[in-house]
Design a protein around this ligand. Structure first.
Ligand code: SME
Length: 168
């Protein structure tokens, strides 16, 4: 069994760096996209406090389709024109939303969500999808949280073979 050691008393940059090493161990010797996405969604939910949803949406032409996640059941498809996830996919820019009720067009899969962090996943210049994190707490995601999760995504990209997903 893979044990994750979490010390939330650490400064955030150290906290995420420590978790990044553990994530690299978890993903070691597996390169399958679906498997590694499932592991990353669960790893984040298990190690990063104050979240109520952690998961992926993968890009399919002009919309996003639900991938592996942990949390309440969610909407299956999101056009690039809608929601926080669509904004991240459309702009390929991180969406760090302190209060989702102030985000025009926010899609509320979970009524408990108060803030959201959505990070686009771009591999070799192509949008693969987005990683979506929801929190029941307003202003939950600082720039240090964003940079820490971006480290996780870099480790995920390094550990994963995207060849099959690039063709669809
Ligand atoms: N809130 C997202 C939709 C995905 S659910 O949160 C899992 C959005 O506005 O795009």
């Amino acid at each position: 069994m893979f044990e994750i050691t979490v010390d939330t008393s650490l400064p955030k940059t150290v906290f995420y760096k420590e978790l990044e090493s553990q994530l690299e161990g978890l993903l070691y010797d597996e390169r399958d996209l679906i498997c590694n996405a499932a592991q990353l969604a669960a790893f984040i939910m298990q190690s990063v406090p104050d979240l109520n949803w952690s998961g992926f949406y993968f890009a399919r032409e002009d919309e996003l389709i639900l991938g592996p996640y942990v949390g309440k059941v969610a909407c299956t498809r999101i056009p690039f024109s809608k929601g926080v996830c669509g904004a991240a996919a459309r702009t390929q820019a991180v969406q760090r939303v302190d209060d989702v009720h102030g985000f025009s067009g926010h899609i509320a899969c979970d009524g408990d969500t108060a803030s959201e962090l959505v990070i686009p996943i771009v591999v070799e210049g192509r949008l693969v999808g987005v990683l979506d994190l929801d929190s029941p707490i307003k202003n939950r995601f600082s720039i240090e949280d964003q940079q820490g999760i971006e480290r996780f995504i870099h480790a995920f990209i390094k550990a994963t073979d995207f060849s099959w997903s690039m063709g669809v």
